[in-house]
Design a protein around this ligand. Structure first.
Ligand SMILES: Nc1nc2c(c(=O)[nH]1)N[C@H]1C(S)=C(S)[C@@H](COP(=O)(O)O)O[C@H]1N2
Ligand SMILES: [Mo]
Length: 502
């Protein structure tokens, strides 16, 4: 290979690395299309019907694979062209790669059912391609006056790097394919389930409808996601089982059908992460459907002395939950559905735990497959091993959702949410510039396990102001003003918003 051909080869290799990466990211990001497929679809969509028909007629059933091959070949040709520009016009070359990535992003996002995260595949692919292109840039020119030996070594390094990137790309693309296929098998199984559940009706009066406030019912695809899984475990419900053992009278293993046979209950529960900062968004509310954990524990019979349930997920994450929270009659569920839909894969499909009143890290095991009834002093779970509190009752908190920026003078709706799961919210108060606390109006909620929306009309006068909120739970305990970090067992302090009134 001549040295003048190296930039073009670098461009091709960079394109291959970018495409391979985009396959992997697409596989991880969800049941989505890859940028290559999305560009292919866009070409079909933009081709005049008669032309498309002729083309299809000419190549028969092969049209889809041919289109994919065509898109890839086109990308490689453009990559070669852009690569050869690198020595003379590097900006044009890198700009060209950015444009290719942008094309992928646009193609993915203009599909009807795409989610914003799916654009990541083209984005990350573009970044990787650019990095590889830069890496190969140094082979483009041969300094004068170097020994034949040095030139030979340089040539071998170049070829070795080409080989490395190609092999790496093959691995990455293969992994992407594998993840994507496994995920779509489980997504199909999920779509094929007919659970006796329906999308929730928001109880009358629960949502005040104030602009800028988080909706009382969090849509499934907007629900926060926290877990240690790089890609979520992919579990076919027919292969799922829960093994129950430890300090029990009778060991038991439940299949998915065994679980459903026991009958589903519905419960509105607001789930919250211990890592939620004051004013943060790691919280969501939905109606869960599942089998009461208490009923299953009484089936297996808890031995005297046990006070904890150690639950473990398919991917080895674990948490310890005080038995009391599972057996005192609150709506602790082995949940199979979220807002009337089978659990999304990211939220624990096919089965997860939901326990009102406890932070997720001590209660909400997703993809749960193993239960050991035990004692708290005997166990260490994933996060407690890493310094987080053994017990994780949710602390009373409140958040100002609106306003979050400057406003015009006059009546301003100050509004947000407050929560104290399983104690309930009694009262929410707001103060301006550390003045007297003013009571806000509360929405009505169906129980004590959810957040509550609140609103307060503020007669805003010109100037700079600070708004603060605090909640009081139904045991009449006010939220503490003491500022605490999320570690080890949840943040405290008032949420405040500073703004200017014009
Ligand atoms: N298997 C598994 N389950 C898990 C976790 C995890 O890392 N792995 N994280 C927990 C934490 S810390 C929280 S806050 C909740 C979040 O649930 P969500 O992602 O459905 O909102 O899941 C809990 N269940
Ligand atoms: Mo969490």
């Amino acid at each position: 290979m001549r040295i003048t051909e190296r930039p073009a080869v670098g461009g091709v290799v960079a394109t291959i690395a970018g495409l391979a990466t985009s396959e992997l990211v697409a596989g991880i990001a969800g049941p989505s299309v890859t940028p290559v497929l999305a560009v292919g679809e866009s070409i079909i969509a933009l081709t005049p019907g008669s032309v498309a028909e002729k083309a299809i007629g000419a190549v028969g059933q092969l049209d889809k694979p041919l289109l994919v091959v065509g898109v890839v070949a086109g990308a490689l040709a453009i990559g070669a062209g852009l690569g050869s520009l690198v020595p003379r016009r590097p900006q044009a070359a890198f700009g060209g790669f950015a444009a290719m990535a942008l094309l992928g992003v646009v193609a993915v996002l203009t599909r009807s059912d795409s989610r914003p995260v799916e654009a990541l595949s083209a984005l990350v692919g573009g970044i990787v391609a650019t990095m590889v292109l830069r890496w190969f840039n140094r082979f483009a020119a041969q300094p004068e006056g170097r020994s034949a030996e040095a030139i030979g070594a340089d040539r071998r390094t170049f070829l070795r790097n080409v080989g490395l990137v190609l092999a790496g790309s093959a691995l990455v693309a293969g992994a992407g394919r594998w993840v994507g296929r496994a995920r779509s098998v489980v997504e199909d199984a999920r779509a094929g389930l007919a659970l006796p559940v329906k999308p929730a009706d928001v109880p009358a009066g629960a949502d005040l409808g104030v602009r800028g406030v988080a909706p009382w019912l969090t849509p499934n695809d907007e629900f926060y996601r926290i877990d240690t899984a790089l890609t979520p475990p992919l579990i076919d419900p027919t292969e799922w089982s829960l093994r129950i053992h430890g300090m029990v009278e009778r060991e038991m293993t439940l299949s998915y059908d065994d679980l459903l046979e026991r009958g589903l209950e519905n419960a509105w529960v607001t789930l919250c992460c211990v890592s939620n900062e004051v004013g943060g968004e790691l919280i969501g509310n939905t109606e869960w459907s599942g089998v009461p954990i208490k009923a299953i524990l009484s089936e297996v019979g808890i031995k005297a002395g046990a006070d904890a349930l150690l639950s473990t997920s398919e991917d080895g994450w674990s948490c310890g939950t005080p038995l009391g929270a599972l057996t005192d009659g609150r709506s602790s569920l082995l949940a199979v559905a979220m807002n009337g839909r089978p659990l999304p894969v990211d939220h624990g499909f096919p089965v997860r735990q939901v326990v009102p009143g406890l932070y997720g890290y001590v209660s909400a095991t997703k993809w749960v497959v193993d239960w050991e009834v035990t004692t708290l002093d005997r166990i260490e779970a994933y996060w407690t091993q890493r310094g987080w509190g053994e017990k994780g009752p949710i602390k009373t908190q409140s958040r100002i959702d609106t306003p979050r920026g400057d406003v015009d003078a006059g009546t301003v709706k100050v509004a947000g949410v407050a929560w104290a799961q399983h104690r309930g919210i009694e009262k929410v108060e707001v103060r301006v510039d550390e003045g007297p606390w003013r009571e806000a109006t509360l929405a009505t909620v169906p129980g004590i396990d959810t957040w509550v929306q609140w609103v307060w009309d503020w007669d805003a006068e010109r100037g700079d102001h600070t708004l603060e909120v605090r909640a009081t739970d139904k045991t009449s305990a006010p939220q503490t003003a003491k500022v605490a970090d999320v570690l080890p067992d949840g943040a405290t302090g008032y949420h405040g918003v500073g703004l200017a009134v014009r």
